[in-house]
Design a protein around this ligand. Sequence first.
Ligand code: GLN
Length: 380
Amino acid sequence: MILSKLPDVGTTIFTVMSALAKEHNAINLSQGFPDFDCDPLLHNLAYRAMQAGHNQYPPMRGIDILSEQIAMKYNALHQLSLDPVNEITVTAGAAEAIYSAITTIVHVGDEVIVIDPAYDLYKPAIILNGGIPQPFHLKTPGFKVDWDIVEGMVNERTRLIIINTPHNPIGRTLKEDDLKALEAIVEKTGIYVISDEVYEHLIFGGQQHESILRYPGLFNRGFAVFSFGKTYHITGWRVGYIVAPKSLTAEFRKVHQFNVFTVPTPLQYALAEYMKEPKHYLELPGFFEHKRNLLQEALKDSRLRPLLSEGSYFQLYDYSEISDKPDYQFVKDLTIQHGVAAIPMSVFYSNPDPSERLIRLCFGKTESTLLAAAERLSKL
Ligand code: GLN
């Protein structure tokens, strides 16, 4: 028997639930990906890049014209002057960026503060690097981070904190106050920050996305992670990027080069061209807010109670009026018997509260998918 490095980890819940949905022909509101295709222009741009001969290794850090477009985007959005050569690296999706950034920073025995519930990649990546995750448990339904408690968790072994805004799975956003409080902690203690901002454009109610890039004290000690998959409905392309100051980027690239080395060349050319039109991301908040509202409206007379979703393509629903089953059992039965797949909330916590009855639904789907799912869910 192989000595497992991750003895407590199985296949990710997203893969498990999507497979179960497929097996039982259920409507899949579990894994977070759109069930509609991207802009056909992206197909054409990728094809044209291949035809133009962009089929060999690109530069390790990404092609220049893509990094330049990324820098221009953050200049337009946040008035930043990022250095495309030294501060931006194109990655194999956000997942590789986060994994490589954790590997860059975490030494054996280091503690890493993780805001729980947390996306399922963070803790295994910390453990694989010999680090120790220290969860800060957010409480339902407010999910407010108490930064005084977080500061109290920092000790001489603490190396890093990982944040995520808009947040998967809770759909909440960090506000200016949160970022300022975190900035004060980082400046005082010298810990590093990884900020998972893959849902930067999926943000509702006219809010401004609070990127760590906007806060000098966080930018200087931080890695901000972004995803073309989430922004342009191409989760299968596996292209993202990471922004960090020059010295951190140099260390990050040492890991990235021996992890994936580079990211598919024609896709980078396609994205560089596509990014020239800001409309492609500026319309996203309204597009997804409409979907969130549509699902909520369609479930209005159901016995599922929505929790606030301010961003991402997820919304938590409380099913306690329907069933007292633990969430994992509930979502399995829901998939098999009622034909709708969801994600159980408990998988995102190190120490889940056994009395909670919450599921995560992905509303990044077509209207007909959402309405068909709501019809089934309303019968519960
Ligand atoms: N980020 C997506 C989610 O939360 C899934 C990504 C994955 O399947 N690894 O559902």
